[in-house]
Design a protein around this ligand. Structure first.
Ligand code: HEM
Length: 390
């Protein structure tokens, strides 16, 4: 990690808290051309423009938006309407609140096992001890991949989201190679389920029908590839961002330790403030404009969710982290047809983790001398060192 970490969308440094940078963008470059080696196109920072883009897939397409080592469009992320809804009809029930509620007690047990492993030490790297293993193990179990290979799968996911290449071309090559390895892992699991079904998502996908047709093996691979990335990174990033905030804001931390019933509202407000998935990409399919600025057909558009979630033109007291916010229509899970499929699962994991952590470690702080460093795009904090007294 370098000190100057450019954001893919804007080319600006976001290795520290990004909210001030978002404000600069909104005030001076709300629609900004990007000519960065990682991306050419336009970034969009105002809340209303961001929501407009998300709600108009007929102008701002998701087809071909993500370049993350896949060989076919990811399902459902890169499928535009009308094809998109048939996949969501199939996938939404798997992540419905009732299905997620069934996972709550095993998730709580897992959080406690992870806390047991570090509590007597009075210190841990939160990302390594909890932030990464918790969501990875929950996801791999429900999806149907072996939990004992978590470290290998997390490394593959990182090879796509944060490739350690020497330059942009090298990173593209690494993504392609890693993508092939992910397809092999998924294909192996599919082959096993073709022999014998189990109680997991892969087996359910193989038996699922869309418009009277079974999903093909390629369809299952294209769903699996997306889930692999979404399931293994986003909740980790959210937990890291939330604990980094709470470790540095003792009043907020005390409130959650003393009033666990405030945790669901705190999860929403911290999702707004931190926006762990800081942006998404679209491609303009026609010449258009946003806030009076032209956008050419074919332009990639970096949609800045983090900026929209802190835009003072939309939010009262945008810069205040306020667990008492009565209405909180944040777009940390995106918006429009591609709004996050895993939001109920993510919310449950975040709530249960914050409940158990604050019950058992009610007072903690950053290890003196350390400063959280956020990775770009999906905002993990892998150097999040916490200390507490036993
Ligand atoms: C706090 C954690 C999470 C955050 C902040 C988050 C954020 C997002 C965002 C912003 C999008 C919209 C992408 C776009 O418009 O291009 C999205 C879509 C999606 N997310 Fe999540 N996500 C989280 C957790 C999860 C989990 C745990 C899963 C599954 C295990 C998941 C699966 C998906 C899928 C499949 C889509 C694509 C939906 C579609 O295209 O219709 N997400 N997520």
């Amino acid at each position: 990690m370098t000190d100057e970490m450019p954001d893919t969308a804007t080319g600006l440094d976001i290795s520290g808290p990004p909210q001030e940078m978002y404000k600069l963008l909104r005030d001076h470059m709300p629609v900004m051309p990007i000519d960065h080696e990682m991306m050419q196109g336009t970034s969009v920072a105002l809340h209303d423009d961001v929501v407009f883009v998300l709600q108009h897939p007929e102008i701002f397409s998701s087809d071909g938006a993500a370049e993350i080592g896949q060989v076919r469009p990811l399902i459902p992320l890169e499928i535009d309407p009308p094809g998109h809804s048939k996949y969501r009809k199939l996938l939404d029930p798997l992540f419905a609140p009732r299905r997620v509620a069934d996972l709550e007690s095993s998730t709580r047990e897992l959080v406690n096992q992870l806390i047991d492993a570090v509590i007597d030490d009075g210190a841990c790297n939160f990302h390594e001890a909890i932030g990464e293993p918790l969501p990875s193990q929950v996801f791999l179990t429900m999806f149907g991949l072996p939990v004992e290979r978590t470290a290998e799968f997390v490394a593959l996911k990182d090879g796509i989201i944060r490739p350690d290449g020497t330059d942009v071309d090298d990173e593209a090559r690494l993504r392609e190679e890693t993508g092939q390895k992910i397809y092999s892992v998924l294909q192996e699991a599919i082959d096993e389920r073709l022999e014998e079904r189990r109680d997991d998502f892969i087996s359910q996908f193989l038996d699922a029908e869309v418009d009277g047709h079974r999903l093909t093996t390629d369809d299952v691979l294209d769903i699996g590839f997306l889930f692999f990335l979404a399931g293994l990174d986003t909740v980790t990033a959210s937990l890291d961002c939330m604990l980094a905030h709470l470790a540095q804001n003792p009043d907020d931390q005390r409130r959650l330790s003393e009033n666990p019933s405030d945790i669901p509202a705190a999860v929403e407000e911290l999702l707004r403030w931190e926006t762990p998935v800081s942006g998404v990409i679209r491609v303009a399919v026609q010449d258009t404009e946003l806030s009076g600025c032209p956008i050419a057909k074919g332009d990639k558009v970096a949609v800045n969710l983090g900026s929209a979630n802190t835009d003072e033109r939309f939010w009262d007291d945008a810069d205040t982290v306020d667990f008492d916010r009565e209405v909180n229509k944040h777009i940390a899970f995106g918006g429009g047809v591609h709004r996050c499929l895993g939001s109920h699962l993510a919310r449950m994991e975040l709530r249960v983790c914050l409940e158990e952590w604050h019950r058992r470690v009610p007072s903690y702080q950053l290890k003196p001398g350390t400063t959280p460093q956020y990775t770009m795009g999906l905002r993990n904090v892998d150097n999040l060192e916490l200390v507490w007294e036993n």
